[in-house]
Design a protein around this ligand. Structure first.
Ligand code: SAH
Length: 221
C-alpha cells in the first residue's frame, strides 16, 4: 500500500485515532496480532465517502451507497480472526466485496484473496480503489456469490459478509479439509454468526455472536 499523505491521514483519520480503535478492539477481546496489525495499517477512511471520513475510525458500520454498508471494525476483526483458525492461509474467498475494506484486510492475512460482489457499480468503484491502493494479491468478480468459484476451489477459508437465510451448501462444498467458513445466517434482526470447520466431510459448527448484516441476495444486482 502507498504511503501518501492521503493514506496516512490527519486529524480524525490520523494514526493516533487509528491506534485508539486498535485499543478498543483489544479491549473487546480481539487478540490476533496479525489482525490488529492489518486494521492498524489499512486506512479505513479511504473506503467510505469523503463526507464520512471523520467517522471512519469509530467502531460503527457506515453507508457505502446502493443501500449497503461497510461492516463495523469489531465485526471485521472478529470474522478475520475466526477464519485464521484454518489450517492453511493460501486462498480465501469473500462473498460481498462492498467497499473492499474487508478485502484489503484479508489481503494482509492470506496469500490470495478472491472476492465476489453482485452490484456492478460497487464492484467497479472498489476495483478502481484497490488498484489505486496497490493491493495486488486479489481477484475481484462481479457475479452471484451463491455459486462461489468452483474452478478455483477448494478454499482454505470462506468469509460471507452478507446474510443468507440458511447455510449456503454450495459454498461449504468449496471449503478445503481443515478449512473454515464464517457466515452470518438468518433473517434480519436474528442472525447468528457461525464458524464452520471442515473435518473430512463433516462440518463442526460454532456460534460466535449475534449480528446484523444486509441480506445475501440471489442473482446479479
Ligand atoms: N465486506 C463489505 C461488506 C459490504 S455489505 C465491506 O467491508 O464493505 C455486503 C455486500 O454483499 C454488499 O455489497 C452486497 O451487495 C453484497 N452481496 C449481497 N448478496 C450477494 C451475493 N449473492 N453475491 C455477491 N455479493 C452479494
Amino acid at each position: 500500500m502507498t504511503d501518501k499523505p492521503q493514506t496516512r491521514g490527519i486529524g480524525m483519520t490520523s494514526q493516533r485515532t487509528r491506534d485508539r480503535l486498535i485499543e478498543r478492539l483489544r479491549a473487546q477481546g480481539i487478540t490476533s496480532a496479525a489482525v490488529l496489525d492489518a486494521i492498524r495499517s489499512v486506512p479505513r477512511h479511504l473506503f467510505v465517502d469523503e463526507a464520512l471520513a471523520s467517522r471512519a475510525y469509530e467502531d460503527t458500520a457506515l453507508p457505502i451507497g446502493n443501500n449497503q454498508t461497510i461492516s463495523q471494525p469489531y465485526i471485521v476483526a472478529r470474522m478475520s480472526e475466526s477464519i485464521l483458525r484454518a489450517e492453511k492461509h493460501d486462498k480465501v474467498l469473500e462473498i460481498g466485496t462492498g467497499s473492499g475494506y474487508q478485502t484489503a484486510i484479508l489481503a494482509r492475512l492470506f496469500k490470495r484473496v478472491y472476492s465476489i460482489e453482485r452490484i456492478r457499480t460497487l464492484y467497479e468503484q472498489t476495483a478502481k480503489l484497490l488498484h489505486k491502493m496497490q493491493v495486488a494479491n486479489i481477484s475481484l468478480r462481479c457475479a452471484d456469490g451463491y455459486k462461489g468459484l468452483p474452478h478455483v476451489a477448494p478454499f482454505d477459508a470462506i468469509i460471507i459478509t452478507a446474510a443468507p437465510p440458511d447455510l449456503p451448501l454450495v459454498l461449504l462444498e468449496q471449503l478445503a479439509p481443515g478449512g473454515c467458513m464464517v457466515v452470518p445466517v438468518g433473517a434480519h434482526g436474528s442472525q447468528k454468526l457461525l464458524r464452520l470447520t471442515r473435518q473430512g466431510n463433516q462440518f463442526k459448527e460454532e456460534l460466535l455472536d449475534y449480528v446484523s448484516f444486509v441480506p445475501m441476495l440471489t442473482g446479479r444486482g
